[in-house]
Design a protein around this ligand. Structure first.
Ligand code: ZN
Length: 67
């Protein structure tokens, strides 16, 4: 199971998603961790660690895919 995080610097939020979530874009253009974008991780622990590293004030789990 792959997990995705979506970093939205503009609204200071990071959101965790599951692999098959409809909100995850089918193709991800190059993203910069410090600018924001979509990032995939091979397991939930690494995704959660990346969420903390992102340092946004708002950390959420997607209400659609409930990761
Ligand atoms: Zn989701």
């Amino acid at each position: 199971m792959v997990y995705w995080i979506h970093i939205a610097r503009a609204i200071d939020r990071v959101t965790l998603h599951r692999d098959r979530c409809s909100e995850v874009p089918s193709s991800v253009s190059s993203s910069d961790f410090w600018e924001g974008g979509w990032f995939d991780y091979p397991d939930k622990e690494r995704a959660l660690a990346a969420m903390e590293l992102a340092g946004t004030s708002d950390e959420r789990k997607c209400a659609l895919c409930k990761p």
